[in-house]
Every structure is written in structure tokens, then in C-alpha cells.
Design a protein around this ligand. Sequence first.
Ligand code: ZN
Length: 504
Amino acid sequence: MSIARALAVVGIAAGLAACSSTPTSRQLGQDAIAAMGGAERVQNVSTLTMKGGVGTRYRHGQTVKVGDAEPVGTLKNVVETVDRVNNRAALDYELQIGPFGQHRRETLTAFNGRPVGLEDVAGRPLAVMSPSGLFSWGTQNHPEFLLKRNVVTVALAAATGATEEPPQDKTFEGRMLKSAAAKLPSGEQITVYFDPDSQLIAGFDALDTESMLGDAPSQYVFADYKDVGGLKLPHKITIRKLGQPYSEVQYASAAVNDAAAEGTFAIPASANDEVMKAIAAGEYSPVTITKIADGVYFARAYSHNSMVVEFPSWLAVVEAAYTDAQSATLARVLNDQFPGKPIRYAAVTHHHYDHTGGVRGLAAVGATILAEKGHEPAMRMIVETPHTNPPDPLENARKAGQAGALEIFEGKKVLSDGTQTLELYAVTGNPHVEPKVLAYVPSARALFQSDIWFPGLGAPAGPDAVHLLQAIEALKLPVATHVGGHGGVGPHAELVKAVAAVKK
Ligand SMILES: [Zn+2]
């Protein structure tokens, strides 16, 4: 134990001795620490690993229509590791949303003390990014929440940071409980609730700034406390945001200061070059630009791609996908390649979170966000909701008067300047999403879409791709080249052939 820790333990122990008949807020926190197994045990938690989790995640933004009820995403084999000493955290889980399934691991780790993000999805190469480039469909949308919101950090905040004020009676989970204000190490104010029977922490309220929901009053419920080597830890954690279910996971077991945790945060040596790049850039997610035709470029990311259209004095981007770190990287790469040409527009193809997670990032560099009327409510929420805890790049750009606005079009939108044109068409009837925006550049006869056809891979056509071909024919677009939000770039003949194979 460090000297600082030993002193802190003494401080809490002294508080316990001063127990009186009407407990102060701090006393309730100290009672909770005692109920968990004592100050020394709680403070000695360096790493905490929750294992074998099974549950649900609700808010992943994958509805067919804006406003539809979210399909329930199921989570299994959830392993969550938090390293309180080195500020590292990892989410490892298998997600299933309808037919879509992924085994994902998002890790906030560090290299020589500098934070780095790793995204490891089964079947894909490891992707390295700045921490801001991490995206998650686990119990949270970023592993950093584990660091800020875990029971050990919350309990210590309640025991040491809470006031001498009397606790307040508030309803929590249908019961009237004592509650106390506490301050997390991040500086955030939370309200902690105490179970009168066990004296353990029943949960807490916090303000989460969630990348897609923005500032969201959130509630964390801790239940099913079980003994883990003398320490009582909750094995069921339920999270609500904006008054609605967000995630709920029942864990099978937990481990404290497990030697295996170190391996979770290891960075493979083969990733070192990317790690250096991510650290040097500050905001980083892999993006490379390749030319498709004069004035039309493919911005390939590791999972969710964009198309860039060059006009005489500005650029338009189709799809601001995944994360703001990806948008920041794209903006930087484009600024290097097209100096003096700002990104004037960023077009949205559909409202799904993984295809809109970078919208705020491009609005932050001044791009007008072009969205179709059918996606308007979702896009208003993403673009216009405050993101203050902490402020994101768009929040800062807005304060500086440099933020791009949201522009809504209906059905069709044409951007034209000089000899270059970009056409946006909202098509209906696609099983994936309603509506779906297709982006077409007549000069290159290039069409960008995402999720409904993965070009350049020789992939089979599903119902979405069959509908895409019908839509192209109905619009009478003489498409020669497909540019994929997933996959790559491929000839139109590839789609025609794949659809013909389905119809046989
Ligand atoms: Zn989608």
C-alpha cells in the first residue's frame, strides 16, 4: 500500500469512529464502505474484472424508421475490466441485434502513460485510435464510463467527498431511500442512494454526456451484491439514460487485482506504428484517401467509409461515420490534400448511430449537415443536444460561432458548382432503413450507399441489395461505380451479377 493510500484509510477509519445517531451524508458513505468489506479492502482495488455477463443494450440506434421502438440488443460473455491505478478500461462482449452479431472488444489503454484506444472486432484487423475514436455497443458507448462510474470509485467518493449535510429522502427503484451528494474524482457531482437494510450503495444519478444522446441524466442501479474475496460487489448493473432503459447486465463472477487483467491492456508490438501516429495526432482514427475519378475520392476507414466530392472551391463529404475522431482525422487528411478547400457539406445517408457518430465532428469543422426529412428528428437530437460533460468539439465550435448548421431536404437535393454535381436521393422501401439516401456523382457515374451493398468484395446480394438495384433503375441513374460505406469500390456489373444470382 502507498503512503497516500494508508493515510486515506486512516481518514476513513477516523470517520467511522465518529459515527453518531443521525448520520451525515459522509457517514452513509462510510457505512457503505464498511458494508462492502472495509476501507482498506475497497481502496486496495486496483483492477476490477466483471465476468460472464449476460444482458441487454437498448440504445444502439438501429431502428428501420426514426421513432420506431429500439430492437433489444442482447449481450453475452460480457467481460469488463477497469484499472483504477493506470486509468485503463476495457469492454469485451458479444452483441446480437436481430440478424446482426459481433464479438467486440474496445480497450482504453496506455502506451508510456499516453492514452490509446484499441478496437478489436472478430474477423477484422486490430484498429488503433485515440481514445476519442472508440465506439461501443456494450453496456456503455465508451469504456471510459467504466473508469468514472464503477462501484469502487462511487463508494470512495461517497465516503470521502460527501458533505456533513444531512442526507435527503428520495425515491429510488420504487423505495424511499437516503441519498447524498458526492463528488467523483472527475469533478462530477452525483447523487448516491443507500440501501437501509444492507447499508450498501443501491445506485446513483449522474449526468452522462453520451456521444449519440448528448447530455443525458442517467441512473445506475447496483444489485445482487456478492462476496469476492471479502469484498462485496454488485453483480447486476442496470443503466437508464433519459429515463429509458439503456443496458442491464447480470455478471456471473468478479475478480479483484487479477494478474490476468494486465493482458487485457497489452498492445501488440505490430501495432506500435499506429499507436505512435494516434498519440502524435491527438484525435486519430485510421483514414486513407484514394482517387475514384476526377474530383471523387474514397475515404477508407477501418470499418465505416465515406465518399469525398471535390468542387472548385470546397468539398462535400458523404457519410460522417462512426466517431468524431474519425471526422477529425478525415478533416485533417482532406486539409492536407486540398488546402484552402473547406468541407462545406456533410451528407447523411441514414440515421443509424454507427453511420452518424462523426456528424458532430464534421459540424465542428464548419460543415453544413445535410439530412433528409425522414431522418430529421434523429439528426436534430444528434446535432442540437448539448454535449457538455465534457464539452465535445461541436460544443466548443458552437461557442466560438464556428459550427455548421443542420439543413433538412426532402426527397432530393442537388449540390452543384462549376462542372461538379452531387445528387442526393431519398429512396423508400429498403428493408434496412426508411428512407435511405443514395449519393450520386454524375461526372464519375459513382454511387455511394452504406449498409445495403458491400461493393468490391464479390459479396452475395441480400434483399437490401436487390432493392438498391431496383431503386437505381427506377431513378434511371447510369451508375458505373459503387462506393461502399462498408466494403470498397466496385463496378456496377458486380451488383447486377449478384442480384441476378439471387433471382435464379
Ligand atoms: Zn445502417
